[in-house]
Design a protein around this ligand. Structure first.
Ligand code: DSN
Length: 432
């Protein structure tokens, strides 16, 4: 391949992606769009530097500003989450989970958590499934009994299973997260039987910051792992909150066990995102949840089988649809993408039992973090529901709907809930 051609092609593809994003409605529950200030931090000189170890104790020179920024990020997170200790060095939520396993357990120990079909993250998976818990850290994995009707952990059955299995670690949280988990109800039982209690807040950490979801540290969790780019609209990165008692174990498990350098530009971007959440987080996340409920209702009223109608569909940023009446998750995800509506397929808890696989699952997962960030409210949720109905139920030609989606998206190009929003959300930043 001609190097110049490849160089131009790559830059061209990036620009095409940005142009495409301007005309889409993004409903991926694990994504968001950052403020211009967060994007600026990501392309700063911090991304060229190394700073192994704790701030103030680095094994590299040149870190005086980097140290100050990392202390700022830690202080902001402590303030926002009322956490005794914070580590902002994991480079992703997955790495945060691996560090948490390393700090709290030994290979061969048992962890209880959600199965992937019931909303657990792939890092919680068993060895035979290639999940990091089993395949990387050597944990035995036992699943929480799950109440499929209420889309939540079955409290009584789980209490009994904890007493029987006596796991070393109980991890709440996951990737499909409609309602708060029963942390308060089960933490004491877990601890009485010798388990540590952790909570994977990757999806809901922004909602926790904004006071719109449960507060796991107050409900009995000793360690909270997070990614910082979902409901918390920061850089792609990770973070761990924990009790003072576990601070040293967590810090050692992050460095040197899990990271060497820890992506300093992302730490700076995280500090900015945390400051924005302190100022705007309550208003932003309240609207995320209102939008998710509104979108659930609008879709339900148009005939979609949105899960949990009797519980108002969700208490988070996510809703889930059983889509089996209209096709499988992958086929419909692709059809909607042709209409510029971006969301993703998802396993339903009962899919494995009914012979469905993650490639062709029975569900669609929909999140409202990004559309809310762009200033959309309940009225716009009705318009989005109508677009989805036209593509999935009415079987309109997706390319025809895409033209209207592009037109609709034109009014939502600025990032809201940020200190500055001059640069548009999907503008490609070219450095001359
Ligand atoms: N698997 C991602 C998701 O929830 O989309 C998170 O890592």
């Amino acid at each position: 391949m001609d190097p110049r051609e490849a160089f131009e092609r790559t830059r061209g593809l990036l620009k095409e992606h940005h142009e495409w994003m301007k005309g889409t409605v993004n409903l991926i529950a694990s994504e968001n769009v950052t403020s211009p200030a967060v994007r600026e931090a990501l392309i700063s000189d911090f991304q060229h530097r190394y700073a192994e170890g704790k701030p103030g104790e680095r094994v590299y020179a040149g870190c005086k500003y980097i140290d100050e920024v990392e202390f700022l990020a830690m202080d902001l997170a402590k303030q926002l989450f009322k956490a005794e200790h914070v580590n902002v060095q994991p480079i992703s939520g997955a790495v945060a989970n691996l560090a948490m396993y390393t700090a709290l357990t030994d290979p061969g120990d048992t962890m209880m958590c959600l199965s992937v079909a019931c909303g657990g993250h792939i890092t919680m998976g068993k060895k035979k499934l290639g999940g990091a818990a089993g395949a990387v850290h050597g944990l035995e994995v036992e699943y929480f009994p799950f109440d499929e009707e209420r889309m939540n952990i079955d409290v009584n059955a789980t209490a009994e299973k904890i007493a029987e299995v006596k796991p070393d670690l109980v991890t709440f949280g996951g990737s499909v997260f409609l309602f708060p988990h029963p942390v308060k109800e089960l933490s004491e039982v877990a601890k009485e039987h010798g388990a540590r209690v952790a909570y994977d807040s990757a999806h809901v950490i922004g909602l926790i910051a904004g006071g719109q979801f449960q507060d796991p540290l107050r409900e009995g969790a000793e360690v909270v792992t997070a990614s910082t780019h979902k409901t918390l609209p920061g850089p792609q990165h990770g973070m761990i909150l924990c009790t003072k008692e576990l601070a040293d174990r967590i810090d050692r498990a992050v460095f040197p066990s899990m990271v060497s350098n820890h992506h300093l530009h992302a730490v700076a971007a995280l500090a900015i995102a945390l400051a924005e959440m302190l100022k705007f987080g309550r208003e932003y996340t309240a609207q995320i949840v209102k939008n998710a409920r509104a979108l659930g209702k609008e879709l339900y009223d148009r005939g979609f089988k949105v899960l949990c109608p009797e519980q108002n569909f969700t208490a988070s940023h996510t809703i889930v649809i059983d889509i089996t009446e209209y096709g499988d998750g992958q086929e419909l995800e692709k059809r909607l993408e042709r209409a510029n509506i971006i969301l993703n397929r998802n396993l339903l808890p009962w899919d494995p039992r009914e012979g469905r696989h993650y490639k062709h699952p029975g569900g669609l997962r929909i999140g409202t973090s990004e559309v809310t960030r762009l200033g959309m409210k309940e009225r716009e949720m009705a318009e989005i529901a109508e677009f989805i109905k036209r593509v999935v139920i009415d079987q309109e030609e997706p390319e025809k709907v895409a033209v209207e989606v592009r037109e609709f998206a034109k009014d939502y190009q600025k990032v809201h809930y940020a200190f500055e929003s001059e640069t548009e959300a999907y503008e490609y930043i070219e450095i001359p």
